[in-house]
Design a protein around this ligand. Structure first.
Ligand code: MN
Length: 484
């Protein structure tokens, strides 16, 4: 099953949900038979525990987790991730306890499913940008194993593909959460195709009319320019051949949501959006990229100031390519990306590349080792001068020393991990701190010394006769509360 690399993939009916047979076929192409056996067993188990449950579309429920697993199988993820994806709704939607999953499918699988279940219990409500960023961080902080996020993203992708079955209000809420939270997380993890798909599906569900109008206009424009692009492709191929460079040239279409966003940002008409069209040139080796760049510039002049060398200075998520914008025939701008096949695979899979199954090799390496490897990879990239901000956020996210909790109004507060009710009360307001006697956490009364957990919703109970006590120093973690 392929991601939509063209608009056609997003048309209704243009995509079929892959079944178990396709999933087993895909995993059979890269995993050894014994692992495929585990995956089959997980599917049988999932089918039996979800028996009788249906999706809103009327399909048997198991079709959903199998489709989510297929999305991850296309990224060649390891067997634990695929098994966890198949079982991702088992704890939440069936009476199966976590222990049973651990005994049958291993501790890693049980942890991943448990992590996905916890993420599902938290819903994003606000529309503020700062709040969205905290929410994204909170989700990442809750996760000790990044495979939890990969499964969650696959889950969300399949839910978005089938969102038509939902009631309109629910559809809008899910679409907004997808655009504001999950698509940016996919982008941050370098899962570029997934990000594009989530954005286009979210855009379509949130603004169906705008989507339709833009889709039609774009189709018309593309129909008119097909010939034109073909000619450009031929000219480039000829120039590359003349320079004796073996290359594969393909045309690339911008996705609807990014065009829409650009039109809004620049208040521009469709025809004025610079890089609606693009080309990609794939070659064998990094140094060939630069030679190909020379060949391309000999045919079409580059637009000044638009060249970017992400090979010498990769993006923080590992992305590498040369970017240049060309003056095409009649001065039409064309954005070109030049990269090797390896760079292309990283661009497609992002962080998932680190959990890919490799035959032989690193089967012994643990989760922590792989995460450390990923981090150190980022650190060395950063030394080459890329986004410090991203690195900083990832450090916070992966080694959570912070706990994210909600006020009753849904505002998110970040406190040091180990923080108690008293820390929270002082973070809200000094007076509330001074007079707090307890709190309701997720609706249940707890004492002041209660240690906050990720995603808790707190409501402080105060009393005018209460005053701060010296004993509180023993239970507070934040400097603010201590000082008060
Ligand atoms: Mn699900």
């Amino acid at each position: 099953m392929e991601y939509a690399s063209s608009l056609l993939g997003l048309l209704p009916g243009g995509r079929r949900t892959p079944g178990l047979k396709e999933l087993l076929g895909t995993v059979g192409s890269y995993l050894p038979a014994e692992q495929v056996g585990r995956i089959r067993e997980a599917a049988e188990f999932g089918t039996s525990v979800h028996r009788g449950q249906k999706r809103l579309s009327g399909e048997p429920f198991i079709a959903h987790p199998v489709a989510a697993a297929s999305i991850l199988a296309d990224l060649h993820l390891d067997a634990d991730t695929i098994v966890a994806a198949i079982l991702h709704d088992v704890i939440e939607d069936t009476p199966t306890p976590k222990d049973q999953l651990a005994a049958r499918f291993g501790a890693d699988v049980a942890e991943i499913v448990d992590g996905v279940t916890k993420l599902d219990q938290i819903k994003f409500k606000s529309r503020e940008e700062a709040q969205a960023e905290s929410f994204r961080k909170m989700l990442l902080a809750m996760v000790r194993d990044l495979r939890v996020i990969l499964v969650k993203l696959a889950d969300r992708t399949h839910n978005m593909r089938t969102i038509q079955a939902m009631a309109p209000a629910r559809r809008r809420a899910i679409a907004r959460e997808t655009l504001e939270i999950y698509a940016p997380i996919a982008e941050r993890l370098g899962l570029y195709n997934m990000k594009l798909e989530l954005e286009d599906l979210g855009f379509k569900a949130l603004y169906p009319r705008r989507y339709q109008v833009l889709e039609r206009a774009l189709k018309r424009a593309r129909g008119n320019q097909k010939e034109f692009l073909k000619k450009i492709e031929q000219q480039l191929n000829a120039a590359l051949m003349k320079a004796e460079i073996a290359a594969h040239v393909e045309t690339r279409e911008k996705h609807l949501y990014s065009i829409y966003r650009k039109m809004r940002r620049k208040r521009a008409l469709l025809g004025e959006i610079v890089d609606v069209y693009g080309l990609r040139i794939i070659v064998d080796r990094p140094d060939t990229c630069y030679r190909a760049l020379g060949a391309v510039h000999s045919v079409f002049k580059p637009m000044p100031g638009r060249f970017k060398d992400y090979i010498a200075i990769p993006r923080a998520n590992g992305y590498q390519s040369l970017h240049t914008t060309l003056f095409g025939p009649n001065g039409v701008p064309i954005e070109a990306q030049i990269r090797t096949g390896d760079m292309h695979r990283v661009a497609e899979a992002g962080i998932a590349a680190h959990w890919r199954y490799k035959s032989g090799g690193d089967s012994g390496s643990t989760q922590q080792e792989r995460t450390r490897e990923w981090i150190s990879n980022l650190v060395s990239l950063q030394e080459a001068g890329t986004s410090e901000e991203f690195l900083e956020s990832v450090k916070v996210d992966l080694f959570p020393d912070k706990v994210y909790v909600f006020t009753p109004k849904g505002q998110i507060l970040r406190l040091p991990s180990g923080a108690t009710v008293v820390d929270f009360a002082y973070a809200v307001h000094t007076d509330i701190g001074h007079h707090c006697v307890g709190a309701k956490v997720n609706g249940k009364l707890v004492p002041l010394r209660y240690t906050l957990r990720q995603g808790d919703i707190l409501e402080i109970v105060t009393s005018p006769t209460q005053h701060p006590s010296r004993d509180w120093l023993k239970i507070v973690k934040s400097n603010r509360a201590r000082a008060k």
